[in-house]
Design a protein around this ligand. Sequence first.
Ligand code: GLC
Length: 440
Amino acid sequence: MKFWQRGFLRPLKRRWFPLLLSLITLAFIAIPVALSQQPVTLRLLMTAPDVPPWRDNLVKAFNEQQNRIRLEVVEGPNSPNLIEDLYTTAFLLGNSPYDLVNMDVTWAAKFASAGWLQDLTDEFSEADLAPFSPQDIEGGKYNGRLYRIPVRSDAGVLYYRKDLIDKAGLQPPQSFPDIIKISKEVQQRGLARWGYLWQGKQYEGTTAMFVEVIRGFNGFWINPDTLEVGLDRPEVIQAVEFLRSTIAEGVSPPGVTTYVEEDTRRIFQAGDAVFLRSWPYVWPLANQPNSPINGKMGIMPMIGAANGSISGSCLGGWGLGVAKTSKHLKEALEAIRFITSEAAQKQFILDAGYVPSRRSLFTDPQVVAKYEHYPQLLQIVDRAVLRPPIAQYAQASDILQRYLSAAITNQMTPEAAMQQAAKETRLLLESARRDRQEKP
Ligand code: GLC
């Protein structure tokens, strides 16, 4: 027998073997248990400006209050269309890296009809959904089934510089022509370089802005019930003409045709314009202590073509669904329930200045103490214009964006652009109409 068998293993066998055996047994039990306790990571993708308030708030709070599930935010480009494309590509490839799907109010119909989302209808009772704004819930349904739970609502608003309008001895506008008149007066007095800022880049933001102008002229884009298209009607052509006139008259900068929300906010926040059409997220940013326009802004509902004429803000907003391919439905639902809970939403709204989707928060004393315009926002949200909730929404919006962009950059006349847009939209909706007729 070799020395190590005699001198080493024998004592080990006698004295240490039982201990070694228990250690091995323990490892066999402990390693799988430890592995099974590895937290489940749930990823979700969003536009870049949304990331800081999510990370510092909802994600942090959720990750801190338990250790079984980790939420991870993936930062995408600052364009809802590009985010939608990234989700779409992930779903088409079949194994989405995103368990949670952070959706704009217009996406649920398309994603659900493509079979990319889990049906959440049976997970949320009527009582669970009752505290939310009905349009936000409607925006998450497709064929009567629920696919998206609203995290926050949104509605287009008109910001104005109270101080400049006062200095010029004027009143806030009541119609689109007032915007032009007041802007010119303030510009002529040298109080601001520009009058009116809006989003004219060819992307979803321009569609949202344009549905408000269409509404202001009492026109319509697509009737979701009949699929009738109103783009080539005189009201819509007048809406395009109004936008063109803001540039032609020097009220809006020529660059407005390339601006997204953040471009317009920066110019407005720097103090260079009288009016801005945007979303409520601008309010806390432009009122930061170091903002040149801190305390100088007013906020009002979107106005229309004439005093007292019909008007409406575009309904926006974001919500969460669960990817069909997700293996973590239970965890995803736990995260959604936390994020959309009253307490989590309240903190999120207080920090980020977003629009609540839970109605009680619009009048919550702490929220109102910080944002006194929120009770008014509730009325704005209730009267907001929905972009048509149809499965072909993305293509319809794409057609509109292309021709609106061609018209405001003077490549086409408003009539020619809107006639062509109407024609292409009708073709697109033909197939949808046929599908509907074929349904029993
Ligand atoms: C905001 C709105 C969203 C809209 C987008 C357009 O994020 O909440 O609904 O589509 O702006 O840029």
